[in-house]
Design a protein around this ligand. Sequence first.
Ligand SMILES: Cc1cc2nc3c(=O)[nH]c(=O)nc-3n(C[C@H](O)[C@H](O)[C@H](O)COP(=O)(O)OP(=O)(O)OC[C@H]3O[C@@H](n4cnc5c(N)ncnc54)[C@H](O)[C@@H]3O)c2cc1C
Length: 396
Amino acid sequence: MSDMKVAFEMGKIRLSLGSILPVRQLKNVQKNIRRYRTIRASIKEVGLVEPLMVHPQKDQAGVYLLLDGHLRYFALKELGETEADCIVATDDESFTYNARVSRLAPIQEHKMWRRLSSLRVQGTFLSPVPADSITLEQEPAPQSSLTLPPIKFIYGPSDMSREAAEMTVEAVTLEVPDSKTIKLKWPEGYDPVFKTGQFITCYWPDEPNYKRAYSLSSCALDRGFFEFTVRRDGKMGTRLVDWIKAGAKLMVLPPAGKFLPVYEPEKHLICIAGGSGVTPFRAYVREATRQKYQTKITVLYSVRTTNDIIFNDEFRRLEKENPNFKFDVTCTRLAPHDPWPGRRGRIDAAWLKAHVGDLANTVFYACGPTTLVEFAEGVVFELGAPKAQMKTEKWG
Ligand SMILES: Cc1cc2nc3c(=O)[nH]c(=O)nc-3n(C[C@H](O)[C@H](O)[C@H](O)COP(=O)(O)OP(=O)(O)OC[C@H]3O[C@@H](n4cnc5c(N)ncnc54)[C@H](O)[C@@H]3O)c2cc1C
């Protein structure tokens, strides 16, 4: 039996906005997105309902890092507020860039379990381990979500499947000057059930506390190995691209995530990517092509120059093989004299609109750095597509 550690401190605190450090800035364009405007209007009308989630800076007393609630934070500032109610997170997983992923952070999961427990819900649950391996001990109904006694979990043997596996690097391929594909050989007996579009979490055996997520660029039909494609960026990205070699070992947590393709015959998936954000879409198209799915897939890819098109050859080949797939690239920083016959300039609503046939049956996907994904969200909403028709994977 294991006690689940509470992922936040019991009780709200009031902090000056000046003592809170956002991990990203809000661009002017983002102030026009519907979500931001709705949040701002609601705070203006009824005040802040959901507190900001913060984490104390280890080396700066009285300073907090903003983990969740960036739109609320900027809306409060714009409305001239100087303080806000905050919840202090004690779990430092949400402290990393990779907390902003399509999976449950421990703090969300904790809130969800508390809610289920308070409702005395029994039966099948969405959980990181199969529901039949979890027993949730009953507890008295809560007063509020912040004053609950801890929940106890009993995990069954399948919890072991969340353990990291050591994998050997089988091959490293230079895709474009700053990105490489790393192929990891599954160890003996490793045969995970996973879905195309999920990500793995990796760490070096000598740095077990520095874990980073990478979308699989291979698909669920590829067995015996994982492939992921990394851009030289930040500590992990640089170490992987510059230093990894065939024969090296990496620790790998099993695939997770909900950035999954909807392979329905009448659907059209429009996948918007910038730079290395294209990696899960290679997996989508690989699977759809091999399975001969009727689902239409269009990858709209923004790169700086023609030298930065990751998987260009494979996408072009898949385009020939799969009549339902289209690959369209736009270059943002090409020299005027470059002979590239394709599109130039940033992704915009007009370009997107030119690819949309039946809007009601279109599902938009966007993946990559948060700024690009939020920009894509703005463009999609400009087209009038409801939020439910868009799936995003923000890399931070
Ligand atoms: C679900 C998911 C899937 C992902 N899939 C992929 C993938 O397929 N391919 C891929 O390449 N990445 C992917 N990422 C991102 C990846 O996990 C790493 O975040 C990335 O490799 C950068 O490594 P890092 O976090 O160690 O960088 P860090 O060193 O933590 O840096 C993070 C960012 O901050 C910037 N930075 C760091 N220090 C400074 C500073 N002093 N001043 C200014 N800027 C600074 C870095 O340039 C970088 O952009 C994914 C992320 C998620 C959440």
